[in-house]
Design a protein around this ligand. Structure first.
Ligand code: C2E
Ligand code: MG
Ligand code: MG
Ligand code: MG
Length: 279
């Protein structure tokens, strides 16, 4: 009996695995088609300089406009894209689209902003990555100083030596570099000072419970002071309330990004925000 039950369980288990593997293949094929059909769109989330009250930059965030399931957030397809290597071409598309859009805003007469693009580890590790960045700039006509690349600590820490080398090559191109989700990874202080980055982005998890949570308040202050000691600018992500903004301003944080200012929006909506002189 016990043996039989065991056998049944194994069969059920195998059938489930097969179904799951099959579903995954389907999703993968769907993602490949999405790329060919250009079903991806970029939304832009503005960033405000707390000193001037101006929107000076925006983060490009990819979405998949799925024919049946509607607008999908990156959490729903980036992991699969990373697993299958499709992140390479998707990331390329993102980078080129963001450069093109930013150039188009400049051509439309808006005062220039920096657009930041998220980079995944796999993309960053490709041998011709720096050339791809250069190509995206050349093709769009965007000056390098209006592009920022967001790298996570964990991406950098996978191979610090290699990462620092690539970062220096990107720096020579003239693009800005930022460390995303700062505080969630493990970069040591000694390695941090070797990175040619211009700013740190305080992860949303430390911002969420501000100003009430004393630990998060201490962490946020510590990151601001660390950034300033290293002569970096510091931005807080995920700012949702005036109280959080006021705390961060008082703590000396330079810039903010979050729903309080605006959700990520379509290009036209960002353009409208850029036409407002200052907030
Ligand atoms: P991230 O780079 O840390 O981006 C910030 C995420 O926080 C975005 O989620 C944004 O919509 C969300 N967010 C911003 N402000 C607030 C706020 O006030 N409250 C809350 N609750 N959330 C806020 P999104 O767009 O879903 O992107 C998730 C992640 O997907 C990004 O995290 C980034 O790591 C990744 N991602 C997005 N676009 C790309 C891309 O083009 N390439 C790659 N490799 N990754 C991307
Ligand atoms: Mg980011
Ligand atoms: Mg982030
Ligand atoms: Mg984050």
């Amino acid at each position: 009996r016990a043996k039989e039950i065991g056998r049944d369980a194994v069969q059920v288990f195998c059938a489930e695995m097969a179904t799951r593997a099959h579903e995954k293949l389907e999703r993968q094929e769907e993602l490949r088609q999405a790329l060919a059909r250009e079903e991806f769109v970029l939304h832009y989330q503005p960033q405000m300089d707390l000193g001037t009250g101006r929107i000076f930059a925006a983060e490009a965030l990819v979405r998949w406009l799925h024919p049946e399931r509607g607008l999908l957030s990156p959490g729903e397809f980036i992991p699969l894209a990373e697993e299958t290597g499709l992140i390479g071409p998707i990331g390329d598309w993102t980078l080129r689209a963001a450069c093109r859009q930013n150039r188009a805003w400049q051509a439309a007469g808006l005062s220039p902003i920096v657009v930041s693009v998220n980079v995944s580890a796999r993309q960053f590790q490709e041998k011709d990555w720096v050339e791809r960045v250069a190509a995206a700039l050349a093709e769009s006509g965007l000056e390098a100083c209006y592009l920022e690349l967001e790298l996570t600590e964990s991406l950098i820490m996978q191979d610090v030596q290699q990462a620092v080398e690539t970062m220096h090559r990107l720096e020579r191109l003239g693009v800005h570099l930022a460390i995303d989700d700062f505080g969630t990874g493990y970069s040591s202080l000694s390695s941090l000072k070797r990175f040619p980055v211009g700013r740190l982005k305080i992860d949303r998890s430390f911002v969420m419970d501000l100003p009430g949570d004393p630990d998060d308040a201490a962490i946020a202050r510590a990151i601001v002071s660390l950034a300033h000691t290293l002569q970096l600018r510091v931005i807080a992500e995920g700012v949702e309330s005036r109280e959080q903004l006021e705390f961060l301003r008082e703590a000396g944080c330079d810039e903010i990004q979050g729903y309080y200012l605006s959700r990520p929006v379509e290009p036209r909506a960002l353009e409208a925000l850029l036409r407002i002189p200052s907030l």
